[in-house]
Structures are given as C-alpha cells and as structure tokens.
Design a protein around this ligand. Structure first.
Ligand SMILES: N[C@@H](CCC(=O)N[C@@H](CS)C(=O)NCC(=O)O)C(=O)O
Length: 486
C-alpha cells in the first residue's frame, strides 16, 4: 500500500507544480483525485485510486442493477447521461411512467433532490441530481473512458467547455425559450439581450470549430455530449436555418454529432425549427384551479387522495409532448400561383441585372389575390439619432418576424447619411391583410405606420422596385443599411 501511495503521489506531483505530502493527497479536491489516471487498468496506481475512493462501483454493477434515471422521456438534460451511457456501454434506465409535476413532487423524490427538479439518478450509493453531475458520474463508470479522460489539460478543457455549454449557451437559450413556452413573462428587451449573448457565444464556438472537429481532442467527449444536448433545444425550437447559417462550423458540428449512432439512439431524427416558437401567454395555474375550486365546491367532496393529486405540468427545459398545433389560417387560403420560396431564391441568387431578372421575375410571379404588399414607416424617426441603435432596432424587428417566415418577405431600409435616420420598409404578406398572428405577436408592428401598396399606381410600384433593389439614393438620400427578411 505504501508503494501505491508513493506512486500515486508521484503521479499527482507529475501533474502538479508543487509536491504533495501523503496527508495532503487525502485532502485533494475530489475532481482531481477522481480524475482517471493514464495508466493501464491493472496498474497499482489505478488500483489505489479505485480502492481508496470507490468511484466506479457502477462499473461493476451486474446488468440487472441498471442505474435508474428519473425524468421524462423528452428531457434534454437527461439525454446527457443517456448518451454518455451509450458510449460507455453502461445501462441507465428511465424510470417508467414518470409524470412531470407529479412524480417529482412526491416525498420520496424530494428526499433524492430537495429542489424537486429532474433529472435525478439513483445509484447503489445514493441519488445524484444536476444533469451535468449525473453525466460526469456516468462518464466515469467506465475506467479510462475517452469521454472524460486522457491528460490533465484535456480534463481542464472538457470542464471548460462544459461550463461554456451551460453558462453561455444553455442559459441564454433557456432565457429565450421559457417565456415563449409561457413559463416566464415575455419581455422583448430581455429576449433581445439573451439572443445577443447567445450569438456572441455561438460566434466564439464557431471560431473554435473552424479548426476542430470536436471540442477537445479528436473524438467525442462529455463536453460534446453536454453541448450538443443544450444546442438540441435551440436547434429544434428556436434557431432556424436563417439564424444558424451565420455559424456554419457550429451547424456542421451539431449535425455531425446528432447523427452519431450513440446520439441518434437517444435523440432520434433531429429536425431544425422552421420558425421560432411563438410566444405563449404565461400559464397561471392558480386561476384555473381557483375557478375549478368554486365549481367543485358545489359538488360532492372528493376523496382526499384525489384532491391532493398535483396536476401534471412540464418543467423548465422539459420538452412536453407537443399539442397538435392549430392550423395557421393562412394555410387555409385558396392556393396561390406565387411560390414564396421561389421568389426568395430568385432574390438571393440574382447577382447582376437585378432590375431585368429579379424585379421583372417578381412581377411575373406576383399574385395580387394570394398576397398583398405593404409599406411601413417607423413612427418615431426623430428618435433614431444613433446609427447602431437604429440598426439594432431594425435587426431585432426582423428577428421577431421569424414566426412569419413561411408567409412573408420584407425589406427594411435605414435611410440617411446623418441622424436622425428614417426607417422605412416594404413587406409582402400572404393574404390580403397583415396576418393577425403577426400583429398579435410581434410588438414592433405597432411602432410602424402601415399602408397597403396600390399596385395600379405606377409611382408606388416604382417605390416597391426601389426598395427591393436597395436603390441608392433612395428618395434623394443615401442608405445607411438595407436589411432583407427572407
Ligand atoms: N440545472 C438543472 C436543471 C434542472 C431543471 O430545471 N429541471 C426541470 C426540467 S428540465 C424541472 O425539473 N423543473 C421542475 C420544476 O421547476 O419544478 C439540471 O441541469 O439538472
């Protein structure tokens, strides 16, 4: 044993800059001590490590004693451990019949996790909560698993990217996601700030992935699993193709990972969101239960157990089974000969002779019965005194219009070479009116004056052409910027 301790000390000292005494070794922080060593499994050093710290009991679990994970089937936080288990060949079973808001409120569950959140992993040595901690535990179940070890610096980098995935990616995605699911109050400036912070993080990630296939080293590590699960929520609910195309290396990375067999087994076929999840009003469980209470008080009193049964609700980040979406009324309009995507493609692909090709093509395609054109003008142009603030305002508007991508095309011009800048736009909408869901859900709409284009008026038609083309000068002035919504 003395020899083992000595060799262990040597190993740790080899990794550290300052020597440790044997008594100090016993007090080393757990992550460092638990770090699987680089030696082959039979080495006395690894033996010492396992014996003294008993970290990997699960690695020797008989298969009948699978670890049990408490969470719903679609919880992206539980996917982290499930994918890690696939890589390590460890059995982790989801508890059957888990009901969010019910199962996690029982006294037995609260004993496992006092905050009552999922996931929780039941192990032979007791429960673990917090999805990253659970995933780390599962990753360590296999000695020398490439998911979580190799060198000290790799370990440092894996931890670095796990924190990045949690604090820079997941937290911003959740700030964007939760109000849209009706689980928090929707505040546009808060959403804008979260999207800006998310874009900053994705930009940094994109730079790293420009020259790296994986986050750390040359194979999948736990950092990739955690990051991909966090991105999964973003890609499937919020980040449309037009959002992610700014980060091509992140796109490549995400699609590569979700298509790895061990990921696919857990995530299934992944589909990118076609539009940003629309904002839902905040659910007020109290009100509905108050109403129910007064109605029910007239009826026979219920059995105690029935009365106290909590209502099943989805938790934060819990991706409840989607309710059948009501059809958008615009999908029920008579079919139009104008195919919006064809126009968008023509617009994007025309690089020369724009008037002759794109503008002419637009009018050839335009269907005045199936679509309508609208001019808009910002009502408070005199407030547009700072160029980047004005540009951000327009950028934010276009982001919030994402929900209308299937039904709209737009151009927004920021006009003038000096402040105050004028903001004017042109929009093509499916149908004869500005769609109601756009008016209801995009608060920017009321900041603009809207006027339907009369296409029998040649002057208005010419103005449409100039806006589509970003013609400069526009109304005698230079353009600070022209943004397209397509
Ligand atoms: N940081 C925690 C987050 C856990 C969490 O927010 N869980 C949600 C579901 S994904 C939950 O259980 N919510 C129920 C509640 O808030 O009562 C983790 O990663 O495990």
């Amino acid at each position: 044993m003395k020899i083992c301790k000595f060799m262990f000390a040597l190993e740790i000292q080899h990794r550290a800059t300052k020597p440790y005494s044997t008594s100090q070794l016993h007090r080393l922080p757990l992550p460092l001590v638990l770090l699987p060593l680089r030696y082959p499994p039979r080495s006395p050093i690894l033996h010492f490590n396992l014996q003294h710290l008993k970290p990997d009991r699960g690695a020797f679990l008989p298969s009948a004693m699978a670890l049990v994970l408490h969470a719903g089937k679609t919880n992206k936080n539980s996917f982290k451990a499930l994918i890690a288990a696939e890589y390590n060949g460890v059995e982790v079973k989801l508890v059957p019949d888990f009901e969010m808001g019910v199962s996690n409120k029982t006294p037995e569950f609260i004993k496992m996790n006092p905050i009552g959140k999922v996931p929780v992993l039941e192990t032979l040595d007791g429960p673990i909560f917090e999805s990253n901690a659970i995933a780390r535990y599962v990753s360590r179940l296999k000695a020398n698993s490439p998911l979580y070890c190799s060198s000290l610096i790799d370990y440092g980098h894996i931890e670095q990217w796990i924190d990045f995935a949690t604090l820079e990616i997941d937290s911003n995605i959740l700030t964007w996601f939760r109000p849209r699911m009706g689980r928090a109050v929707y505040l546009p400036p808060v959403e804008e700030a979260a999207i800006a912070a998310l874009k900053r993080a994705l930009g940094a990630l994109n730079t790293h992935l420009a020259s790296n296939t994986y986050l750390v080293g040359h194979s999948v590590t736990l950092a990739d699993i955690i990051l991909t699960c966090n991105l999964f929520l973003g890609f499937t609910k919020l980040m449309t193709k037009s959002f992610t195309s700014e980060f091509p290396h992140v796109e490549r990375y995400f699609w590569t990972l979700v298509n790895q067999p061990n990921f696919k087994k857990i995530l299934g076929e992944v589909k990118q969101a076609e539009s940003v999840l629309p904002v839902q009003s905040v659910k007020k469980p109290d009100e509905s239960s108050k109403q129910k209470h007064t109605d029910e008080s007239k009826k026979e009193p219920k059995k105690e157990a029935e009365k106290e049964k909590p209502k099943a609700v989805a938790g934060e980040g819990e991706d409840e089974a989607p309710k059948p979406k009501p059809k958008n009324p615009l999908d029920l309009l008579p079919p139009s000969k104008m195919i919006l995507d064809e126009w968008k493609r023509l617009y994007s692909n025309t690089k020369t002779n724009f008037r002759e090709v794109a503008i002419k093509g637009f009018w050839d395609m335009y269907d005045p019965e199936g679509y309508s054109l609208w001019f808009c003008e910002y009502k408070y142009n005199d407030e547009n005194t700072v160029s980047f603030v004005t540009l951000n305002k327009v950028g934010g508007f276009l982001q919030r219009m994402d929900l209308a991508r299937k039904y709209a095309f737009g151009k927004m011009l920021v006009i003038g070479s000096e402040p105050p800048f004028k903001v004017k736009g042109l929009w093509l909408f499916r149908g004869q009116e500005i769609p109601k869901f756009v008016l209801d859900e995009c608060y920017d709409m009321e900041l603009y004056e809207w006027r339907k284009v009369d296409i029998s008026d040649e002057a208005q038609k010419e103005c449409v052409n100039q806006m589509i083309e970003d013609q400069e000068p526009f109304e005698g002035e230079a353009l600070l910027d022209a943004k397209c919504f397509k």
